[in-house]
Ligand binder design. Structure first.
Ligand code: SAM
Length: 367
């Protein structure tokens, strides 16, 4: 019994070493690594992940100012608190002026990336979004603009890119078709989500993908498939976080994911995609009060403080217990700056492009 345990442990360290050296490992190895993990293995993994993190990014942490501009959504994802079927949600939309005000406040605090995130709200037609994107880029041309507004036709993504949007976040949620089906209503499809991601890449966005961890019905095999999918997609950003139930959704009684597994996966992903931008997410900070610091120490290098007006923050409730819903932007910023400093990292005033995107941008910025 002990011998078997030792052999498993040795295998775990070997797989971490392989990930560190080669950036990849076999399906079975990854599965065993995840299922056989313990505190000592996690510490070893995080040490290796920090080496890769600091090789590419030093101890610099990039900020993304999140503006949650609408919580109307035409989709009915079973896990999400702003799904259309949630009659208890108090709906809101920010006006264009309110969105610009958020950017102004953020810019003065040192943000150089704004993320416009919302439900799939038909009010925000591509034309409306184009106007907003252009206004932001005109006023703050030194900032990067990220959109996270769900699935749209190719032409819309193209038009928004042409209006100046630089990046797009669209989590794939799960790389397993059948699993996707259990998390979404029949009118939504995994194929469509994935084809959107491919369109976004093709158009030239810096793309962010990612999955919820321990969402209902998720198995280790699914997670391994997620890792392989991400390795193949090579996104610039990877957002992962624990599933957390929301009281007014069909998954209200399901168990939340853990910070422990999320951190372990951040470590693995840092080794598999060393140059990726990986946020220590709000969901991670919600499930563990020191989740974001631990996320950075596991290999993450981005945090996404909220820039939404404090009056609406409590309404963008994707899950129960979401943190920072009562704070002002400046408070959030100061708090995170303190937290990062306490663990030896520094928040920088920078767009924080991924190294790959910087390589693409370089010729233009030199001219
Ligand atoms: N509508 C856009 C989309 O679908 O990509 C962006 C907004 S959506 C609410 C942003 C992300 O929130 C989703 O990709 C999902 O991973 C996450 N999310 C939603 N409900 C969640 C929950 N209950 N627990 C954890 N994360 C959740």
């Amino acid at each position: 019994m002990k011998e078997e345990k030792d052999a498993r442990a040795a295998g775990t360290y070997e797989t971490i070493d392989r990930l560190f050296e080669e950036g990849t490992a076999g399906k079975e190895e990854l599965k065993e690594l995840i299922e056989g993990r313990n505190e000592a293995a996690a510490e070893y993994l995080f040490e290796k992940a920090r080496i890769r993190q600091q090789e590419h990014f030093g101890k610099r942490i990039y900020l993304r100012g999140l503006i949650e501009f609408t919580n109307y959504c035409k989709n009915d994802c079973y896990y999400c608190g702003i799904r259309r079927g949630n009659r208890a949600a108090q709906r809101y939309r920010l006006t264009e002026d309110e969105i610009l005000d958020c950017c102004r406040v953020g810019y003065d605090l040192g943000f150089r990336t704004f993320v416009l995130q919302g439900g799939e709200d038909p009010f925000f037609t591509t034309e409306r979004l184009r106007r907003i994107v252009s206004s932001i880029k005109e006023r703050w041309p030194d900032c990067a603009l990220t959109l996270s507004v769900g699935e749209r036709p190719y032409e819309d993504y193209l038009a928004l890119r042409q209006a100046g949007a630089d990046r797009y976040l669209l989590r794939h949620e799960t790389a397993d078709r059948e699993h996707y089906r259990k998390l979404h209503p029949p009118e939504m499809s995994w194929e469509h989500r994935i084809s959107c991601l491919r369109d976004l890449k093709q158009i030239g966005y810096q793309v962010g993908a990612g999955m919820m961890l321990q969402s209902p019905y998720q198995t280790t095999d699914h997670i391994v498939t997620d890792l392989e999918f991400l390795k193949e997609l090579q996104p610039d950003m990877i957002g992962i976080g624990p599933f957390i139930p929301h009281k007014d959704t069909p998954f209200r009684d399901r168990t939340a994911g853990t910070a422990e597994l999320t951190l372990f996966l951040i470590g693995i992903l840092r080794l598999m995609l060393p140059q990726a931008l990986i946020p220590a997410t709000t969901a991670l900070g919600t499930i563990d009060p020191r989740g974001r610091e631990k996320g950075i120490l596991a290999g993450a290098n981005v945090i996404m403080p909220n820039l939404s007006p404090s009056g609406v923050r409590g309404k963008y409730l994707l899950y129960d217990g979401k943190i920072c819903t009562g704070d002002e932007a400046a408070e959030c910023h100061a708090c995170l700056e303190r937290r990062m400093k306490a663990i030896g990292y520094e928040i920088v005033v920078s767009r924080g492009d991924s190294p790959r995107a910087q390589a693409h941008r370089a010729p233009r910025s030199e001219s």
